[in-house]
Design a protein around this ligand. Structure first.
Ligand code: ATP
Ligand code: MG
Length: 423
């Protein structure tokens, strides 16, 4: 147990970290270009925030939350998603005061106690954006465009945008009634979870991935026959905007997403390269959430994307990312007498932005040269007793093996010239 990861978690090793740096940089750049500013909220919140925000009848609230008590017996939950915390912060800090449309983005770990499998983990990372304050479909179009822009900048291809409307307080009850009528006779064919969903919120059945349920769901009534004029207009205008900016989509009346707070627009972005867990992101409008969490009625729209699934897609699509360009200089010594001078030279180089390494294991010069080779450094500085006496070092160009002696004072300008000019 001591040297084992908990189920559903993973280490991001140095060999994988370049993907993460690359992704985080692109996410920040693209979303800032769209006018979103980053917000960082805590990893845990009061349990009530998520129960209220996500909805009691959702899978997340019912069985996926990591909930614990603090020492005073208050119930806390590791965040399973980012929207409820962002809205909590929006209300707590009265962010709408500065701007009636608040545009925020986040990147961070989320926690859900799911059955671990490919593409499904217990601690995973999401980025997402939220635009709080506008009821207009133009902001839905922008949210969709900004999420697609991140994927595009990352170099991902073969993604599909699925689009739906899940209605509002006016029209959804009628659809739920029709849906309930439809499922009533077929209840026996549904899985145990869906039988319960039938009682609590039949819309959730549409999100079930089980084959036995998919067969029944396929034939169910379409929400588009029940949308009110406002929701139908909103959806049509959104489609018009997406068409106008060249974003293609596939309408899927069965798309409902895993959280209860969505209204009107719901969308998902799926990768053709991933297997069962193929959604790399999704989102939608959540016009009642702010109110549900104690604010005044405020329309909003957002999306969230799974970083691990994006990286898996990038690997499958063979997308290369810029990698760390490694150590530039190895400062080698012939004996321990030179170690302090070596450390001081290495530190001076590092101060000037030249990455440097040296021996910390008391190895022989030969062995240090092997290490330098392994590190693929372009230059090695060699400090011996003679050189030190004369305040000189030998500098070896590892590309062609050429060596020359230069004075200690000249080391920095010399290397700056060689290394920084190659950048
Ligand atoms: P799914 O249908 O795959 O369970 P979801 O509807 O629960 O997804 P959201 O809550 O909308 O997903 O989260 C947005 C994105 O976060 C998903 O599209 C996916 O890429 C990613 N994601 C969700 N749950 C996990 C998980 N357990 N492990 C890894 N990534 C996840
Ligand atoms: Mg899920």
């Amino acid at each position: 147990m001591l040297a084992r990861l908990p189920k559903g978690t993973s280490d991001i090793l140095p060999s994988q970290i370049d993907y993460w740096y690359y992704l985080e940089n692109i996410i920040k750049k693209v979303l800032q270009n769209y006018g979103y500013r980053e917000i960082r909220t805590p990893a845990f919140e009061h349990t009530e925030l998520f129960v209220r925000g996500i909805g009691e009848a959702t899978d997340i609230a019912q069985k996926e939350m990591f909930t614990f008590q603090d020492r005073k017996g208050r119930s806390l939950t590791l965040r399973p998603e980012g929207t409820a915390p962002v809205v909590r912060a929006y209300l707590e800090h009265n962010l709408s005061r500065e701007n009636p449309l608040t545009k925020l983005f986040y990147i961070g770990s989320m926690f859900r106690c799911e059955k671990p499998q490919a593409g499904r983990y217990r601690q995973f990372n999401q980025f997402g954006a939220e635009a709080i304050g506008s009821p207009l479909p133009i902001i839905d179009a922008e949210i969709i465009a900004s999420s697609l822009a991140v994927y595009r900048q990352l170099g991902l291809t073969d993604l599909k945008l699925m689009l739906n409307s899940v209605g509002c307080r006016e029209c959804r009850p009628q659809y739920l009634k029709v849906l309930k009528d439809y499922f009533r006779e077929k209840k026996d064919l549904l899985c145990a979870d869906c039988k319960q969903r039938y009682e609590q919120n039949p819309l959730r059945i549409l999100d079930c991935k089980k084959e036995q349920c998919r067969i029944v769901i396929k034939e169910c009534p379409s929400i588009f026959d029940y949308l009110c004029t406002d929701c139908a207009n909103h959806f049509n205008t959104l489609k018009y905007y997406l068409d106008s900016i060249g974003i293609t989509y596939q309408i899927n009346p069965l798309l409902v997403r895993g959280l209860d707070y969505y209204t009107k627009t719901a969308f998902e972005i799926v990768s053709q390269q991933l297997g069962a867990q193929n959604a790399v992101g999704g989102g939608g409008r959540y016009d009642y959430l702010v109110e549900e969490l104690g604010g005044k009625p405020t329309p909003a729209v957002g999306f969230a994307a799974g970083i691990e699934r994006i990286i898996e897609t990038m690997v499958k699509q063979n997308i290369k990312v810029p990698v760390w360009d490694g150590i530039k200089v190895f400062v080698a010594v012939t004996g321990q007498e030179q170690i302090i001078t070596a450390l001081s030279i290495a530190n001076q180089l590092r101060e000037k932005g030249i990455s440097s390494e040296m021996d910390f294991l008391g190895k022989s010069l030969k062995s240090q040269m092997r290490t330098a080779n392994k590190l693929l450094v372009p230059y090695v500085l060699i400090l011996g007793p003679e050189e030190l006496k004369e305040e000189k070092v030998t500098i070896k160009n590892m590309a062609d093996g050429a060596q020359e002696e230069i004075s200690l004072d000249n080391v920095l300008p010399y290397l700056q010239k060689c290394i920084l000019k190659n950048r």
